[in-house]
Design a protein around this ligand. Sequence first.
Ligand code: NAD
Length: 507
Amino acid sequence: MTVQFSTRPEGPHLRGIAIDAKPSGDGVVAQHLIGGIWEDGGSGRFLRIDSPATGERLGHVPMGTASDIDRAVAAAEDARDGLVAMGTFARAALCMDMAAAIDAAADELAPLLSLEQGKPLAEARAEVGGAALGFRNAAEQIKWLETGVIPVADPAKRAHSFLQPKGVFGIITPWNFPLGLPCMYYLGPALATGNAVVWVPAPSTSLVAYRLAQLLVGAGMPEGALNLVTGDGAEVGDATVVHPGVHAIGFTGSTATGMTIARRGAGKPLLLELGGNGPTVVLEDADVELAAARVAAGAFGNAGQICTATERVLVHQSLHDRFVELLARAAGEVRLGHPLEPGTTMGPLNNAASFDKMLSHMDDARARGAQVLAGGGTAQGLPTNLYFQPTIVTGLDADSLLNREESFGPVVPVLTFADEAEALRLAATSPYGLSAAVFTRSITAAYRLTEKLRAGIVNINEMSSYWEPHVPAGGASGTQSGLGRTGGRHTLMEMCDLKTMVVDIAV
Ligand code: NAD
């Protein structure tokens, strides 16, 4: 029997997810992980996870409550001293074991990730590799992360600083990279630095999070070092953010939720990786073939559901016609289909809320006079109604939602400019500042634009979403894309307090 509960408003991220009184039918039945014990929690409610690709039931996850979070925080607190006592090198070795366990399970994790998230198998495999790399990078970098001896005025004093874990980290993650992102941004760095974690994954991709947690426990994750509580982010995520026993928050997700977390978690250290709407600027001297190919890859990879995806292109007016012709050809080569079928290069969007946002952005663009050169809506003849066609829009008004807001789907809106000043003006018409790209043959133009564009990372002659996990990334100040930096040692530093010790050697 399926019972629909309607006791409280649910966030958009729960749209399309049924809530059952108990798991039924085939599929995995996941549990919370609290203090090393697997359990259902006390709510008596379960989220039903259906595949966006096929509609089939993949399984159920328990819908956690604030009291589950209370116990998870207590378990994390209990694990802290043990993690610190292990020492840095032992924790680094443990991170390597986690990486090996993820790599060894790639053949099982990747198809589950494809079915639950929607991405093609090749992209899922790459993401599993990224998850392992997240632990491996953290292991390597923590071992050589030196802090300084500080010269002081008093000749009798010696001062130095060292890193201490912040304590219990609340980690809340999105569904677009539900394996790679948690491992690279947070779980690897947390274990390496000795922080204990309470992890709330995105509801629609909770099964893969559960399977990951099982693997990590199997690889020797100490009891309480990682606690997993699934459910509605507005309930368990919020309970984590406001919990007095949670010392710091790592959140990746939308700007709207990030702003709520910044208010609810005020006073706590916050590492916030939020939305993006990165402009790609194609200057007059660009290699237009290269630009079109990389824009297509940056826009259609993961069906555009990447915070740094190529969300809008500003192209010099002299290149416009040739650029959109090449781009249309690239869009025509996208093979939209079942993510596990060989040859598929783009799968469905992950959820109905994302799909509807794309439709509303397209309606807005059409109403403002834009032309849809390719795609523009639902693909027919596929197993669910979540497949969005690869889309190209030209003649876009700068006030359009496609230009100003994050669309998070496979769409390339193209705008034109006459000179660099106009390109920079257009680039600044969106409040986001996560990533950008510039195509040019001029090194001086590359530097000029990189310094002027509001973005945490600017790729030159590469798609806006190019990133390697040890490279610092995050929102530019003054934008709505976040706070702090993830990437390699930068995350390790964000997860630690710098403690200073001063010794008087004259006494
Ligand atoms: P979302 O904000 O809807 O949800 C993110 C997480 O927050 C989910 O786990 C959700 O359950 C939880 N949540 C929801 N309400 C909450 C609340 N009130 N308190 C605490 N937690 C709550 O985002 P999403 O749709 O899952 O993810 C897509 C977004 O993530 C996009 O905006 C994308 O740009 C962003 N993103 C950013 C980066 C980056 O590095 N900057 C990377 C990936 C994704």
